[in-house]
Design a protein around this ligand. Structure first.
Ligand code: GLV
Ligand code: MN
Ligand code: MN
Length: 423
C-alpha cells in the first residue's frame, strides 16, 4: 500500500474539518451540541459513507460507521476518537483518530481484504468536557454510565443543562440509555489513534508511541462566596473577600501536586470567574475549576483532600462559604497487553520505530479500558504543542499510524490468521 496515497487522502479529509470552528482565525473551537459539531458530523457521515460504511448516530450524538466482517455475529473492532474540541485548540486532537480510522477502511477496501470481525469507526461526542466541565460524555453513554440525573444536573456557563443542549441539537435525552451497548458481546476491541500532545516522540525521533497507561482524572468546579463591599472603605479585617479565599487555595494547588509526587501527577486551575468582577468592589463570588491527574488514584485523592481541608480552613477563618461540585472522576487505566503486543509486532514488521509510553492526557480510551480491550497509538506532535492553534502533526506520521493499525488488523483478524486470534 502506497504511503504517499494514504498520507494525501488523510490530509484531504483533515482539511475538510478546519472550517468548523466557532473561533475562525483563532484555532478550532467546536463545543459539543453546537452548530459547528452538527456540520462536522454531517461531513464525517458523508466521508464514512463514501468509504463504504453504514452510518448511524446514537442517542448521545456519537457517530458510528460500520463495515460487516465475514462473521456477522463476531464482536466489532472499534476505532475511534472525538470530534469536539477545546476552546481555540487545533485540528488534530481527536479528528486525527477518526480520519485515520476511515483511511484504514479505505485501505481494506483497496486491498480487497475482509476482516472476520465487523469494523466500526466511531466519532465520539463531548470528550473534552469543555462546555459542561466534565469529559468523555459519548463513551460514558456507550458504556451505560449516563442517566437522567446526570443530564439535568450538569449545566454550561449560560445555565443550559446537558438535557436541554441535547434537545436543541436534535437528540432525545429521555432515551439516553439506548446509547448503552452490550459491549461484552458487541465490542472486541477499542483502538484509538491520537496525537501525542507532548514532546517525547519528536524529541527522541520515534515514529509512533504505544500507550500502556493513562492517568486517572478528577475535575471539580469550586464556588467561594463572600460579600460584595466597597473596596476603599471596608477595612482589611472587616471584609469577606471571596477572591482572597480562592486565591489562597489556588496558589497552593501546584505545591500539593509536587508534594504528592509520582508519575503524571499534576493539578491545574485553568478557569476562574469572579463576580461582580469589578475593580472597586470586593469579590462576592469566585468560581474556579480544578483538574487533578496522576497514574495513581491515591495521589489524586491526596491533592483533593488537601484542597477540601484548606477551603474549609480559609473560608471559616474569613466567614466565607464554599461549594465543591464534582464533575468527573475516572481512575487511571492500563491498556490491553495483547493488543499492545500485536501493535509492537506490526511496528517491527513495517520498520516503524516505536516506544511504550504513558498518557498524561485523558482520552476516550481511559473510559473504555477497564471494560473493553483497549489500545492507543500516539503520533508525534510538532514542538509538543496541543490544545492551542499551533497544534500540528505531519500527515505522513498519521499515515504511519494508519499502516500500523491496518497491518495489526489484517495480521490478527482475518480468516487466514484465525488460529492466532485472541477471542
Ligand atoms: C483532554 O484532552 C484532556 O486531557 O483534558
Ligand atoms: Mn484534548
Ligand atoms: Mn483528544
Amino acid at each position: 500500500m502506497d504511503k504517499q496515497v494514504t498520507s494525501t487522502r488523510i490530509q484531504k479529509d483533515m482539511e475538510l474539518f478546519e472550517p468548523f470552528t466557532q473561533t475562525p482565525g483563532q484555532g478550532i473551537t467546536r463545543l459539543p451540541f453546537s452548530i459547528e459539531v452538527r456540520k462536522c458530523v454531517d461531513v464525517l457521515t458523508k466521508r464514512m459513507e463514501r468509504a463504504g460504511l453504514t452510518v448511524r448516530e446514537d442517542v448521545a450524538g456519537n457517530l458510528i460507521g460500520r463495515l460487516e466482517g465475514s462473521e456477522p455475529d463476531a464482536p466489532a473492532l472499534v476505532i475511534g476518537s472525538h470530534f469536539d474540541s477545546v476552546k481555540s485548540g487545533g485540528n488534530f486532537d481527536g479528528m486525527a483518530g477518526i480520519i485515520v480510522g476511515i483511511e484504514i477502511v479505505r485501505m481494506l477496501r483497496d486491498s480487497g481484504t475482509k476482516l472476520r470481525n465487523p469494523i466500526e469507526i466511531m466519532g465520539t461526542h463531548d470528550e473534552e468536557g469543555m462546555r459542561f466541565g466534565t469529559g468523555f460524555f459519548g463513551t460514558k453513554a456507550m458504556m451505560g454510565e449516563i442517566d437522567d440525573e446526570y443530564l439535568l444536573r450538569l449545566k454550561d456557563s449560560d445555565g443550559v443543562s446537558l438535557y436541554d443542549a441535547m434537545i436543541c441539537y436534535g437528540l432525545s435525552p429521555d432515551k439516553i440509555k439506548d446509547a448503552a451497548r452490550d459491549y461484552q458481546k458487541e465490542i472486541a476491541a477499542f483502538i484509538e489513534v491520537h496525537i501525542e500532545q507532548g514532546p517525547v516522540l519528536e524529541n527522541s525521533g520515534t515514529q509512533l508511541g504505544l500507550v500502556n497507561s493513562i492517568v486517572g482524572m478528577q475535575r471539580y468546579l469550586v464556588t467561594v462566596t463572600g460579600r460584595p463591599d466597597h473596596a476603599g472603605t471596608t477595612p482589611m479585617d472587616m471584609r469577606i473577600d471571596a477572591m482572597e479565599c480562592a486565591s489562597k487555595l489556588i496558589s497552593r494547588m501546584s505545591d500539593w501536586a509536587k508534594e504528592a509526587g509520582g508519575e503524571g501527577t499534576v493539578a491545574t486551575v485553568g478557569f476562574v470567574q469572579a463576580a461582580p468582577n469589578a475593580m472597586n468592589i470586593i469579590a462576592q463570588e469566585v468560581i474556579f475549576s480544578v483538574d487533578v491527574r496522576s497514574k495513581e488514584a491515591c495521589r489524586i485523592d491526596q491533592i483533593v483532600g488537601n484542597m477540601c481541608a484548606e477551603l474549609e480552613a480559609v473560608c471559616s477563618e474569613k466567614g466565607a462559604t464554599f461549594k465543591i461540585d464534582e464533575k468527573l472522576k475516572v481512575p487511571p487505566a492500563s491498556l490491553d497487553e495483547k493488543l499492545l503486543a500485536m501493535l509492537a509486532k506490526s511496528c517491527c514488521k513495517l520498520g516503524l520505530s516505536h516506544m511504550h509510553m504513558p498518557s498524561g492526557a485523558g482520552h476516550d480510551s481511559l473510559q473504555t479500558a477497564p471494560k473493553i480491550d483497549t489500545a492507543m497509538v500516539f503520533v508525534p506532535s510538532k514542538n509538543g504543542r496541543s490544545h492551542c492553534p499551533e497544534e500540528w502533526t505531519e500527515y505522513s506520521d498519521l499515515a504511519n499510524a494508519a499502516h500500523l493499525v491496518y497491518d495489526t488488523l489484517v495480521s490478527n483478524y482475518t480468516h487466514s490468521t484465525s488460529k492466532e486470534a485472541h477471542f
